[in-house]
Design a protein around this ligand. Structure first.
Ligand code: TTP
Ligand code: CA
Length: 356
């Protein structure tokens, strides 16, 4: 019998900020771009639960957040601080699992099947894990327990913050059936709309839909929908997650065509990327520039280098070269982003070459 645990840190960036500065507790805290008295143009990364009561959400324009709650504490994104907290909690999680899979900066799956005999044991393990994270890292998280990834992930989101939700195999249907289909993997707003159009709103509706209809409407996704609606998910917990990329982006206060200004901003972002690369001892092989014009049309330009490197001058060279054609366009630029991809651990490198 498999027992899978999903753990998701609560309001992660904002909670880490609260931990660093306890005076923030109880106040609305928003982490993201500078709101500039409502004129800022970036977005919200996250906010604490006090700020969420004002209707503030992740990815919302920071100006909207400011209008909803001008008295909130607005903080810039301090990524290396959160990366450090993430590493610390992940290394705690790892101790509790026979297979461990990090899925984002603040979420992981643990296959705990070999560590526990039943759901009562699993509950004890989850409580111990939560306690250790709170005592050592002064952070709360929410945990879901279930027979597979799908169920444990949804369970983790059920009671937040500081939740623990257990869904035993014989409770799966009652748990899933009333939920909206949008909670299933791969069902984004477009697919959900499509499902709604054919009269499928809840997971129960989906489970009662003949497979042929799903095949006609959703093609190769039909099988997944069919299985998920029955609470079936055979995906394994796959060991290890590697940071897929490190990057920054910035929205200008005013759209611009000033190349010196744009490059100065890129240099700032490169400095931050460098710091993160060094902290994690990473080298990179691919650089991506992102440009958004004033009309929101967005382009990315990717360049793969000949070899892995930790030389950030290479990022600057690629950025400058890739920016050139965009500067020729008559439109002004609203946002630039720069990121490094194809990351590798420097320790596995010898004489500049990566040893597989
Ligand atoms: P989430 O786990 O989605 O959110 P959260 O941890 O802030 O809040 P919750 O208690 O609901 O889990 O994302 C984890 C972190 O990732 C979040 O703290 C900030 C960052 N993030 C962004 O920067 N932009 C985004 O749009 C989202 C959704 C998250
Ligand atoms: Ca989270």
């Amino acid at each position: 019998m498999r027992i899978i645990l999903h753990v998701d840190m609560d309001y992660f960036f904002a909670q880490v900020e609260e931990r660093e500065n306890p005076e923030l507790k109880g106040k609305p805290v928003v982490v993201g771009a500078d709101p500039k008295e409502g004129k800022g143009r970036g977005v919200v990364a996250t906010s604490n639960y006090v700020a969420r009561k004002f209707g503030i959400k992740s990815a919302m324009p920071i100006s909207t957040a400011w209008h909803k709650c001008p008295t909130a504490v607005f903080l810039p994104v301090n990524m290396s601080l959160y990366a450090e907290a993430s590493r610390a909690v992940m290394s705690i999680f790892r101790q509790y699992a026979n297979a461990f899979e990090q899925v984002s900066i603040d979420e992981a799956y643990l296959d705990i099947s070999n560590h526990v005999k039943n759901y009562e044991d699993a509950e004890e393990l989850a409580k111990k894990l939560k306690k250790e994270v709170l005592e050592k890292e002064k952070l709360t998280c929410s945990v879901g327990l279930g027979p597979n990834k799908l169920i444990s992930k949804i369970a983790a989101g059920e009671r937040k913050p500081d939740g623990l939700t257990i869904v035993k195999p014989d409770e799966v249907h009652a748990f899933l059936n009333p939920k909206k289909v949008g909670i299933l993997y791969g069902v984004g707003p477009k697919t959900e709309e499509h499902l709604n159009r054919v009269g499928i709103f809840t997971v129960e509706d989906l489970s009662k839909t003949p497979k042929q209809i799903l095949l006609d409407e959703f093609g190769s996704f039909a099988e997944d929908l069919y299985l998920m609606s029955r609470g079936i998910d055979n995906r394994e917990v796959v060991e290890e997650w590697v940071t897929k990329s490190i990057g920054r982006q910035f929205t200008f206060d005013k759209d611009t065509k000033n190349k010196r200004f744009i490059m100065a901003m890129i240099d700032d972002m490169i400095r931050e990327i460098y710091r993160e690369l060094r902290e994690q001892d990473f080298v990179f092989k691919n650089v991506v520039l992102k440009v958004r014009y004033e009309d929101f049309e967005t382009h990315t330009k990717s360049k793969t280098l000949e070899d892995y490197t930790d030389n950030v001058k290479k990022i600057r060279l690629v950025a400058e070269e890739s920016l050139e054609p965009f500067m020729k366009d008559e439109r002004k630029i609203r946002l630039v982003g720069i990121s490094v991809h194809s990351l590798a651990d420097k320790k596995t490198l010898k004489k500049g070459k990566l040893i597989a």
